[in-house]
Ligand binder design. Structure first.
Ligand SMILES: Nc1ncnc2[nH]cnc12
Ligand SMILES: [Zn+2]
Length: 330
């Protein structure tokens, strides 16, 4: 199975580029930019990655992002992710970025966007990885601030396929961002949202009905509501599930407790992704390996996960057909 997982062509649909900042690159960028870190060594950093919930992770994650200052920094971050993803045979990647994490520190929106997009172009050219970019709003901030961020993105409409919603979930329901998402859709963006990671199934319903989300990020708590599961199955709404993230953030105690296999068996369009691989102990291949082993997935279920990732990708039918053809070759 390990060999199948390595060779399997895949799409990664839930990856926060800031969450791919490995401790080694964090130190390099801190040195380059003259920024003091609250850690003495890479081991020190890794020892700090003991999370009890989403917020305990976000506090450390936003602090680390301060080392990202220049267009070159965002390029290096994205390029490092793409090279690592290529080793897992990721053939298509849809990448989240959080502009507010950077603009709040005085970094220009364009600095962030240009650094990331030039690496994505290099990834397509040199690694054959196609990609899309998704701009997330930080849900712990106001809807007004999200609207300002949306306005900043409008001149770059062609480089951003969708808007999403991330950060602290509980207490910040999708309904808070209804008008921002309405405007984003009017401007031609697709929409996705993190929902049902720590928040209740009702947040998933709101993401679908109020934000018109084309995919739900995480969505694992849907399993608490049978009517919602039926709806997600009937409408084949893709769920971008991140198993190692869920364990590291204590959504589930052990990988063996993860509902991914039950979700597949319920007919849901489940995909496997890495979320913030530098923080959660593994990239997409390691997420595939963990669920395959921990939940005793069959070869057919592993193939289905990859097939779902292509079906759920924001690409045209021609690219989808190319990706699915690659899968048929394994
Ligand atoms: N797992 C996650 N949930 C919400 N916001 C995030 N930002 C980065 N990772 C996240
Ligand atoms: Zn996420």
């Amino acid at each position: 199975m390990d060999d199948l997982i390595r060779r399997l062509p895949k799409a990664e649909l839930h990856l926060h580029i800031e969450g791919s900042l490995e401790p080694e690159l964090m130190f390099e960028l801190a040195g380059r930019n003259g920024i003091a870190l609250p850690y003495n060594s890479v081991d020190d950093v890794k020892a700090a990655y003991q999370f009890t919930n989403l917020q305990s992770f976000l506090d450390i994650y936003y602090q680390a992002a301060a080392v990202l200052q220049t267009e070159q920094d965002f390029f290096d971050l994205t390029w490092a992710y793409l090279k690592r993803a290529a080793e897992d045979n990721v053939r298509h990647a849809e990448i989240f970025f959080d502009p507010q994490t950077h603009t709040a520190r005085g970094i220009d929106f364009e600095t962030v966007l240009e650094g990331i997009t030039s690496a994505l172009q290099a990834g397509e050219r040199e690694l054959g990885i196609s990609s899309r970019l998704i701009m997330c709003f930080l849900r712990h901030l106001s809807a007004k601030e999200a609207m300002t961020t949306l306005q900043q993105a409008l001149p770059h409409r062609q480089q951003i396929v969708a808007v999403g919603l991330d950060s602290s979930e509980v207490g910040h329901p999708p309904s808070k961002f209804r008008e921002v998402f309405d405007e984003a859709r009017r401007q031609g963006f697709l929409t996705v949202a993190h929902a049902g990671e720590e928040g209740p199934p009702e947040y998933i319903r709101e993401a679908l009905d109020l934000l018109h989300a084309a995919r739900i990020d995480h969505g694992v708590r849907c399993m608490e509501n049978a009517d919602l599961v039926s709806r997600l199955r009937d409408e084949q709404i893709p769920l971008t599930v991140c198993p190692l993230s869920n364990v590291r953030l204590c959504v589930f105690e052990r990988i063996e407790d993860h509902p991914l296999r039950r979700m597949l068996e319920a007919g849901l369009c489940v995909t496997v992704n890495s979320d913030d691989p530098a923080y959660f102990g593994g990239y997409i291949g390691e997420n595939f390996a963990a669920v395959t082993r921990g939940l005793e997935l069959s070869r057919e279920q592993v193939l289905q996960l990859a097939r779902n990732s292509f079906a759920a990708a924001f690409v045209d039918e021609k690219r989808k057909a190319e990706l699915i053809a690659e899968l048929e070759g394994v």
